[in-house]
Design a protein around this ligand. Structure first.
Ligand SMILES: [Mn+2]
Length: 466
């Protein structure tokens, strides 16, 4: 009984410290799992000692009122002997490896079952940062999570170089050395994987490459399905319209048009969103005014026009900001139109005049405490740092500068994020674009974890507090 109560308390402790994933063998972090088993083993040993000492003491004590028989004494001695024997008998490994094989980890017998149950940087099935993969789109899926990675392998609205349909795969491969057990992010001062949030990889939305109209429906359906899953850690005062806590999603593109179904979904949950748009391009071009290549209603929806559509549909708050711009325009009318859409503009070269902090200050001033979304077109980086993208533009920011800018946004209310336009077929053999993309996602996750659930943690006195 005592052991059961201790186990319950311990489960609660581990859940709060490492997340619920530590309690399932399949997805445990090594530290959490080991911690758990070590404590159980220690407790079991302590109870053996306690039982044997108590039994011996009772057996040796003089009989009281004459009710104790020799049989009682013999039974007590037997119990104490069995307890002592159990104490000095090492636990046998329970894994069946057949006969004639004596593998054992010296001095570590509690852990023998978990030695092979963890990842190396280069081992195992590729998920983002070795996070547990769940088939979130299966209708039977009902596991709560707080933050999820989801891929949109879609690139059939690209105007220059296609290939971003392989972006989710590329970014996951680029994340391979990020893994549980090595997740302390010095820049944010926390371990993003073993903090309060349950973080998983939901895999990809299977988006058709044959019919863009249908593809946009699939993407919105997929995003909404995830957005309406339950969370593990509900917020005190969720900022959503329905006052429930929704998970936060980090999307892997895919070309940039995946944002249209994402913004449509977010509008239904939070209302119009302030978009922090890192890109060398505007992506808000009015397809009915000067944009080349429009041949049909559907062809108005591209990776260069989706913000215009999103604005028409009321998805974007008038406190959005482009940062990193440096592309050529169809004409100055593009900027006039962009202001109507609701963006302010920060050029890539502004960093030479106002520095990283100046860029951060402008973004924070534009967005304030509104619900914000971070969208990173990888072409915001200089092609020297990220060559593998759909429409590269010379003269961008370095990866280091960009990471500092992201770091400056950690106090904002980030409801979701994406990294798009990674087209791995144009990458170097060293995967520099995918590595940069994967690394900035670690920073975005770290910021979300550091901020806590949007709407705050419930107070310590609350019953739901973990
Ligand atoms: Mn873009």
């Amino acid at each position: 009984m005592h052991t059961q109560r201790f186990e319950e308390k311990l489960k609660k402790h581990i859940t709060s410290k490492y997340g619920t994933k530590c309690l399932s063998e399949a997805s445990s972090t090594k530290k959490g799992f080991h911690d758990y088993h070590k404590r159980i083993a220690n407790l079991t040993m302590a109870s053996y000692v306690f039982t044997s000492v108590l039994s011996l003491a009772t057996a040796m004590s003089p009989a009281g009122t004459g009710t104790r028989t020799r049989f009682d004494k013999a039974a007590l001695v037997l119990v104490s002997a069995l307890s002592l024997a159990a104490l000095f008998t090492p636990a046998a490994a329970k894994v069946n490896v057949g006969t004639g094989f004596g593998y054992e980890i010296e001095g570590n017998w509690v852990f023998i079952q978990t030695d092979l149950d963890y990842d190396l940087p280069f081992s195992n099935i590729v998920t983002y940062a070795h996070l547990p993969w769940e088939r979130c789109f299966n209708l039977a899926h009902n596991n709560p999570f707080d933050i999820a990675i989801v891929g949109f392998p879609f690139d059939t609205t690209v105007s220059v170089k296609p290939g971003a349909r392989y972006g989710p795969r590329g970014i996951r491969a680029g994340s391979t050395k990020e893994k549980p057990g090595r997740t302390y992010n010095v820049n944010y001062g926390l371990d993003w994987a073993t903090n309060w949030a349950k973080i998983i990889d939901c895999g990809d939305v299977p988006v058709t490459p044959y019919d863009n109209a249908h593809a946009f429906i699939q993407m919105e359906q997929g995003y909404r399905q995830l957005l309406h899953k339950d969370v593990v850690t509900p917020a005190l005062a969720p900022p959503s319209l329905d006052k429930t806590t929704h998970p936060r999603l980090i999307s892997l593109g895919g070309d940039h048009s995946i944002m249209l179904p994402i913004l449509r979904s977010l509008k239904s949950v939070y209302g119009p969103i302030s978009v922090i748009h890192f890109d060398s391009h505007l992506d808000s071009v009015n397809p009915t005014k000067g944009y080349s290549g429009v041949v049909s209603e559907q062809s108005k929806f591209t990776h260069g026009t989706f913000f215009w559509h999103a604005a028409q549909e009321g998805c974007i708050a008038n406190s959005s900001v482009h940062a990193g711009l440096r592309t050529k325009l169809f004409g100055l009318g593009d900027y006039e139109n962009d202001q109507e859409v609701g963006f302010s503009i920060i050029h890539a070269r502004d960093i030479d005049d106002i520095g990283v902090q100046g860029i951060i200050d402008k973004i924070v001033a534009a967005v304030g405490d509104k619900m914000a979304y971070i969208s990173v077109d990888i072409d915001v980086l200089d092609p020297g740092a990220a060559p593998a993208t759909g429409a590269p533009e010379a003269g961008g920011w370095s990866t280091r500068e960009f990471k500092r800018i992201l770091e400056g946004l950690q106090d904002l209310n980030i409801v979701g994020a994406d990294v798009v336009e990674v087209a791995p077929d144009y990458d170097t053999n060293a995967e520099i674009t995918s590595i940069a993309a994967a690394d900035m996602i670690i920073d975005i996750i770290s910021a979300m974890v550091k901020k806590g659930p949007l709407g705050g943690f419930k107070s310590k006195s609350s019953k739901d507090e973990l």
